[in-house]
Design a protein around this ligand. Structure first.
Ligand SMILES: Cc1cc2nc3c(=O)[nH]c(=O)nc-3n(C[C@H](O)[C@H](O)[C@H](O)COP(=O)(O)OP(=O)(O)OC[C@H]3O[C@@H](n4cnc5c(N)ncnc54)[C@H](O)[C@@H]3O)c2cc1C
Length: 384
């Protein structure tokens, strides 16, 4: 039987980063299985590419700090362009309660030395004259946040992983894992079995299905999210930050000379559907026009609208690390809307878990898979 030191299931941005970081540390023979015939057909290429430090939990802030440092030199180090525009994230709220959350987050960010600014209503009006600010209570802005090309990040990781000897097998689906006692012995695939002592589940929205191969139930579920673009739109600055209304979840950024707009439909239920629902446009326009009346003159390009899946978890944090009870089974799953931005740190810490026995770069204890069974769960509220 063919053998590998490590098999990674899924070549999205997470699996590719994990493969790169393992290969960079000479972890032996690494095989990445990707069921699709091409890279980037999963959630990764559907992403808005937003990258931010502005989270509420320490672990998310630390994952962002590590990752954004990596993105800042990605083009050079990984020899692949990702068009990282550090044009900031602007967050704001009209609610006193949410302003208190923003304030607590701001203090956390300050403790980490991040260049986050606290903004009053007047500051918001001066900084963002393109939104309606009359009802706003407060906001924050971090100039080191921004957005990038998610497909570029995936391709860059995959390119360097291959150059360092990792094999990415396209069109090969993992269909099961082989277990002896409680230890991983191999992976069944559509192209035959591979013997290995280490399997990493990086299957994105299909992560729970892959975990089930090992007889494990994990709380990762797919939920549809949609984005739409506008035609050329000159009524806002060319250099827009990612602008987020924390109350409605409506957000937008530049995409070429138009805009990319997103919103979380509260009626959306978990499902595998990646079909774009045209009624989403009307629904999104309500919070959009309320917050940015200028958008009245924007023309939505219905051909540049798509749907993808968030691999969600109940606490909006990923599951990272070894799965207790199954020796050799490691999870890198459940990234919700943060998988692209946290991919560099994830690859690094998973390589540390596999090769050193524990993560060194970031304390990922809050992300351990068993936290749900232990009832030790902290929810990340800053999700959009
Ligand atoms: C509309 C939208 C907007 C988003 N915006 C952002 C954003 O602004 N910033 C951000 O950071 N994130 C964002 N995200 C989230 C981000 O896209 C995901 O968190 C991230 O792509 C997850 O990466 P992944 O590698 O885990 O999953 P995927 O990219 O889905 O990769 C998993 C891969 O595993 C493969 N696979 C599954 N099962 C098997 C199997 N049995 N055998 C072999 N291969 C298998 C799949 O084919 C897939 O290619 C957004 C997502 C959506 C849908």
């Amino acid at each position: 039987m063919e053998t590998a030191d490590i098999v990674v299931i899924g070549a999205g941005v997470v699996g590719a980063s994990v493969a790169f970081h393992l290969a960079a540390r000479r972890a032996g023979r690494i095989i990445v299985l990707e069921k699709e015939a091409m890279l980037g057909l999963g959630s990764t290429s559907k992403s808005a590419g937003g990258v931010r430090h502005q989270f509420a939990t320490e672990v998310n802030v630390r994952l962002s700090m590590e990752s954004i440092r990596f993105f800042e030199t990605f083009d050079l180090v990984m020899d692949y362009p990702i068009e990282f525009r550090q044009w900031g994230y602007l967050l704001f709220t009209a609610s006193e309660k949410k302003a208190r959350v923003l304030r607590t987050n701001f203090e956390l960010h300050q403790r980490h030395g991040l260049p986050v600014e606290w903004l009053s209503r007047d500051d918001l009006a001066a900084r963002a004259p393109y939104i309606r600010t009359d009802d706003l209570v407060a906001g924050t802005f971090c100039a080191k946040d921004g957005y990038l090309d998610p497909a570029g990040v995936l391709q860059g990781f995959a390119k360097q992983a291959r150059q360092l000897g990792a094999e990415i097998r396209l069109g090969v689906e993992a269909t099961g894992v082989m277990i002896s006692g409680s230890r991983i012995e191999g992976v069944e695939t559509s192209a035959g079995p591979i013997a290995t002592r280490c399997v990493i589940d990086a299957a994105g929205p299909s992560a729970a299905r892959v975990a089930k191969f090992a007889g494990v139930d994990i709380p990762v579920f797919p939920i549809r999210r949609m984005l739409v673009c506008t035609d050329r739109f000159d009524a806002m600055p060319a250099r827009l930050p990612m602008v987020i209304d924390c109350d409605s979840g409506f957000h937008f950024r530049r995409e070429g000379n138009g805009l990319l707009m997103g919103w979380e439909d509260p009626d959306e239920k978990p499902s595998d559907s990646t079909t774009f629902d045209p009624s989403f446009i009307e629904k999104l326009l309500e919070p959009a026009l309320d917050r940015a009346p200028l958008l009245e003159s924007a023309r939505v390009d219905r051909r540049r609208a798509w749907a993808g899946l968030y691999p969600e978890t109940p606490d909006h944090h990923p599951l990272l690390g070894r799965m207790p009870g199954i020796e050799g089974f490691v999870l890198a799953v459940g990234f919700g809307g943060h998988g692209v931005m946290h991919s560099p740190a994830t690859g690094k810490v998973i390589a540390e878990v596999v090769l050193d026995g524990a993560a060194q770069t970031v304390d990922i204890r809050p992300l351990r898979p068993e936290r749900f069974a232990e009832g030790d769960v902290v929810v990340e509220p800053m999700v959009f």
